[in-house]
Design a protein around this ligand. Structure first.
Ligand SMILES: Cc1cc2nc3c(=O)[nH]c(=O)nc-3n(C[C@H](O)[C@H](O)[C@H](O)COP(=O)(O)OP(=O)(O)OC[C@H]3O[C@@H](n4cnc5c(N)ncnc54)[C@H](O)[C@@H]3O)c2cc1C
Length: 422
C-alpha cells in the first residue's frame, strides 16, 4: 500500500457566493449564467485560462446537433454563430466554429451576465459538515484559497468535487471499466502553396488509411475557408488517471505530427499545421451515481420523464475503449434526461452537471455532446438557485418550479413528457 499523509492547513477564504460553480466548460458556463439570471451571486472557478472546456481548450470546435436547440445554448449559437441560424442547426447541421471566437465570446458573456470568473483556480478539496458542503478549497495563483458558498455545482467533467465529497461513482464500461479514448484535436490551414513538411524523429509513417490511429479520415472544412479541423488521433486510457494522461499527452502529440504528414501526402499538400489544442481531449472519465442513472435502454427506447430538464437525439457514439480502430454508432430518436441524474444521494447542496452525470457508459456516449451539457448546466444553475432560496436540499426542490423557470429562460422542452417514474 502506498504511503499516506494527513494534510491539515488553515486556508483563508478568498470569496463567498450564493452559488459556486466549479469548471467553466459548456455545463459550467450555462450553470453560472442561469443562476446569475435568478439574482444569485455566482463565482465560477476554472483551472485553465479559458472558458468553454473541451469546446475551446480541447479545440472540439463543432456543435453536434441534438434535435432540441434551446435555452442558453440556442441564444449563444445565435449570438456567436450568426451564419448558422438555430433553425438550421435544429435540422441537421453541426456548426463548425472558431474556438478562439467562442473563448472571447464567453469571457464577454460572463461579464454581461455578472458572473465572477476565477481563472487558474483548480478545485482541490471540499470542506464538509455532515451532508453540507461549506466551502471548496482551490489551488490559485496565490496558493490555496477557500471559496464559501450556499450551493455548489460540479461541472469539472470528471465529477471531481462530488468524488471528493464521497459521492459514489462509476467509470467506463460495466464489464471492464475501460473508458472512451482521448484525442488531441488540431487544425491545418491552406496556405495556397505546397508545404514541405518533415516527419519529426520518432513519429509514425502512416502509409494507408488503415494505419491511422482511428483507421479512418475524420476532418471537417465546413466553412470553406481553408481551415481544416482534424479529429484523427486516438489514445487508449482514462483521462482521470495520472499515468494515462501522461502517456496520452505525449503519444497524441506524436500522432498529430504523424497525421499531418500523412494528410500532406494525401490531398492536403498545401495545408500547414496551424493549431494544436492546449490539452488532449477527454471524452469520458467518471459518472456519479445519482438518484437516477440514465441507461442504454432509456436512450434507445426514447424514454420520457416527468422531471425532464434536457432532451437530445444525438446518436450513441462510442470510440472503441479497447484500442480497436472502431466506433459503435447507433441512431437515437430522442429521449429525456431527468433532473435526478444530476443529484447525488448523500450531499444536500451539490449538483453535478455536464458529461459526469449519472449515466451508464453507453448512455453517456450520447448525452456527452456540448449542447446537452449546456442544457444540463442551465437546469443545474436554476435548481441550485431554487434550493438556495428555499433553504432545502437539491433533491427536494419543486420540479414544476424548475421547469417553469427553464421555460422563462427560453429552454423549451419540445416533446410532451409522458410522466414516468419521478
Ligand atoms: C476529442 C473530442 C471530440 C469531441 N467532439 C465533439 C463534437 O464534435 N461536438 C460536440 O458537441 N461535442 C464533442 N465532444 C464532447 C464535448 O466536447 C464534451 O463532452 C463536453 O465539452 C463536456 O462538457 P462539460 O462541461 O461536461 O465538461 P468539459 O468540457 O470537460 O469542461 C470541464 C471544465 O472544467 C474545468 N475543470 C476540470 N477540473 C477542474 C478543477 N479541478 N477545478 C477547476 N476547473 C476544472 C476544465 O478545465 C474545463 O474547462 C468531443 C469531446 C472530445 C474529447
Amino acid at each position: 500500500m502506498a504511503n499516506q499523509f494527513s494534510f491539515q492547513r488553515q486556508v483563508e477564504t478568498y470569496a463567498k457566493a450564493d452559488v459556486i460553480v466549479i469548471g467553466g466548460g459548456p455545463a459550467g458556463t450555462a450553470a453560472a449564467i442561469s443562476a446569475s439570471r435568478l439574482g444569485k451571486k455566482v463565482i465560477l472557478l476554472e483551472r485553465s485560462g479559458q472558458l468553454g472546456g473541451m469546446g475551446t481548450l480541447g479545440n472540439v470546435s463543432i456543435f453536434m446537433p441534438i434535435g432540441n436547440v434551446t435555452g442558453i445554448y440556442r441564444e449563444m449559437i445565435a449570438e456567436v454563430l450568426s451564419e448558422y441560424l438555430p433553425e438550421q442547426h435544429d435540422v441537421s447541421i453541426a456548426p463548425q466554429y472558431s474556438p478562439f471566437v467562442l473563448r472571447y465570446y464567453l469571457n464577454e458573456k460572463m461579464k454581461k451576465e455578472n458572473v465572477e470568473v476565477c481563472f487558474h483556480t483548480e478545485f482541490v478539496g471540499v470542506v464538509q459538515e455532515g451532508r453540507q458542503v461549506k466551502a471548496v478549497v482551490a489551488a490559485t495563483r496565490e496558493g490555496l484559497r477557500a471559496f464559501e458558498g450556499g450551493q455548489f455545482i460540479d461541472c469539472t467533467g470528471d465529477a471531481r468535487v462530488a468524488l471528493d465529497a464521497g459521492v459514489p461513482y462509476t467509470s467506463g464500461r460495466e464489464e471492464d471499466g475501460l473508458t472512451q479514448p482521448m484525442t488531441l484535436m488540431f487544425m491545418m490551414q491552406n496556405t495556397g502553396k505546397p508545404v514541405n513538411s518533415i516527419l519529426p524523429e520518432g513519429c509514425y509513417y502512416y502509409e494507408n488509411k488503415s494505419d491511422l490511429p482511428q483507421g479512418r479520415h475524420l476532418f471537417w472544412e465546413r466553412n470553406k475557408d481553408g481551415n481544416l479541423l482534424v479529429n484523427m488521433t486516438r489514445v487508449k486510457g482514462n483521462g482521470a488517471k495520472i499515468a494515462d494522461v501522461n502517456y496520452a499527452e505525449t503519444e497524441a502529440l506524436r500522432q498529430v505530427f504523424s497525421v499531418v504528414h500523412y494528410l500532406q501526402r494525401n490531398g492536403f499538400e498545401n495545408y500547414a499545421l496551424a493549431h494544436i489544442a492546449g490539452q488532449v481531449g477527454v471524452r469520458e472519465t467518471n459518472q456519479i451515481v445519482g438518484l437516477y442513472t440514465l441507461t442504454e435502454q432509456d436512450v434507445l427506447e426514447g424514454r420520457r420523464f416527468a422531471d425532464v430538464v434536457a432532451q437530445t437525439n444525438y446518436e450513441i457514439d462510442i470510440h472503441s475503449p479497447d484500442g480497436k480502430k472502431t466506433c459503435d454508432e447507433r441512431h437515437v430518436d430522442g429521449y429525456d434526461i431527468p433532473y435526478r441524474t444530476m443529484v447525488p444521494e448523500a450531499v444536500d447542496n451539490l449538483l453535478v452537471a455536464g458529461r459526469a452525470i449519472s449515466a451508464t457508459h453507453v448512455a453517456m456516449s450520447s448525452m456527452r455532446v456540448q449542447a446537452t451539457c449546456y442544457a444540463l448546466g442551465q437546469a443545474a444553475g436554476i435548481a441550485a438557485s431554487l434550493a438556495f432560496a428555499d433553504g432545502c436540499p437539491t433533491r427536494d426542490i419543486s420540479i414544476a418550479a424548475l421547469q417553469d423557470v427553464l421555460l422563462q429562460q427560453d429552454a423549451v422542452l419540445k416533446f410532451a413528457p409522458e410522466a414516468e417514474g419521478v
